[in-house]
Design a protein around this ligand. Sequence first.
Ligand code: FAD
Ligand code: MLT
Ligand code: ZN
Length: 534
Amino acid sequence: MRLRSYRNFGSAGPEAPLAATARCFSSSRPRPLQQTPSQRVKLTSETYPDIKRDSRFSPLTKEHVAYFRGILGSDSAVIDGVTNESAADDIEPFNSDWMGKYRGQCKLVLKPGSTEEVSKILKYCNDNLLAVVPQGGNTGLVGGSVPVFDEIVINLSRMNQIVEFDEVSGALVVGAGCILEVADQFLASKGYIFPLDLGAKGSCQIGGNLSTNAGGLRLLRYGSLHGSTLGIEAVLADGTIVDDLCKLRKNNTGYDLKQLFIGAEGTIGIITKASIQCPQRSAAQNVAFFGLESFEKVQQAFREAKGQLSEILSAFELMDESSQALVGEVTKNRRPLEGKYPFYCLIETSGSNADHDSEKLGAFLEDVMEKGIVSDGTLAQDETQIKALWAWREGIAEALGHLGGVYKYDVSIPLQEMYQLVEDTKARVDAAGLLGDTDEYPVREVIGYGHMGDANLHLNVSTRRFDKRVEQCLEPFIYEWIEKRQGSISAEHGLGLQKKNYIGYSRNATTIGLMKGLKTHFDPKGILNPYKYI
Ligand code: FAD
Ligand code: MLT
Ligand code: ZN
């Protein structure tokens, strides 16, 4: 085992590799390598023939379209494939999900520009039994953001205003369609930061982030959106506007209704605006990237990081060797470390005093090296290297997408057993004869990465093509495995279509009953995002 002194971390010496210089590339849509234009993604209704269209919902007519045109006016706010067959290509991106796994048959996309327009659309849909799918940046990973059949897509992208910002309190009010990165760049100019960051930041919208209760890369530091959301404005299925757009941190007057919309995945209302408590942006940031010999050592490193870096620790992310090999294969970038290790960790610190942070980080690095917890590592020397190191973590999802179909499982498990799930799954897929290096095997690799700091593992089964045999090998096996450990089958991505039938592995009958009651209360006709969630 070769130990490198932390003083050489990230140095430009001949045997100390610099972090690769590529930027994170994860907000573009991956193009599965084995897909040619003629091999389009299968319709969800073909992949899952047991899901039947609810015959209560009315088919769309030209009269419906005319009504929506009357509300929305501008031509660009209505993409009409009902009366105009040539609109099919324009509608396609709204029908297909980011992973190329789900594909709906929607013929009408509406892009409202105000809360009042959303309200009029929903009232009409409710009165006329027209099913709808709220859609933000369409980066969701569980099939929640695209229709299954002919539901109308209500896309929030035009409602992208930064409404107001209080430079003293840090309260930001934005339209639901505001792109996360746009909000964060605005905040950066004011010395603040959005309390959520994730690889899809260039495409995902704040309404979508709230609706999935996205966790992301810095939940460890800033907590969940349940904590940082001050208020929400939403429209219910019958068109009622709920104005709960509080801008204060404290508000104990009655039930905290806004919380119900966070993580509801568009099933009880459409979020139109949000008020978010944003923290001050840290003046000093450091990123270190480690190679470790075992998952036991990863856990030790995490304990030491929490203990020694405490208030400046802002991220602790885990990657296994297979995930890094795949990112390298796709990006062709030079790996951050010379050697290969079974596990890698990315540690970020953010604080207000660069000298203080460097001193703390220096002491930490020396300690974990001396104790033999970490085998090798590199420390980013500037902003470019920070981004480059993050790309090896943030870029995993997109790299996988470029290699073919991915079966994604986003789970919480007690930390000690977190990586065991990857090993057990790999053994199972291998035993079923599905894993191999050549084209006859559907599975290319089973990999694990995730938000170690939140005990959140992303188990990904990378395939050459989606294949029912693989899905049947994985499900319900993975959900049963999680249930035995009292884990969560949905740590941060949500339920969507993928996990609708599996919620019972993580929630008991009483809880599910209460959830169903809520759904019926808010959306008695079931027009909002049908066939999904619960
Ligand atoms: P969409 O995908 O459009 O929608 C998601 C769900 O919310 C759907 O059910 C939709 O119906 C509903 N919805 C959308 N907008 C509204 C609205 N205004 N009102 C009501 N319902 C609405 N997730 C994490 O938690 N952590 C990560 O680190 C993370 N990283 C990612 C990295 C990549 C590269 C990608 C592609 C995805 C990642 N995700 C991650 C998934 C994550 O859920 C989304 O990126 C994001 O939160 C969804 O936002 P969106 O605007 O794209 O929503
Ligand atoms: C991540 O943490 O990278 C995201 O949640 C996306 C994924 O799981 O692939
Ligand atoms: Zn994640």
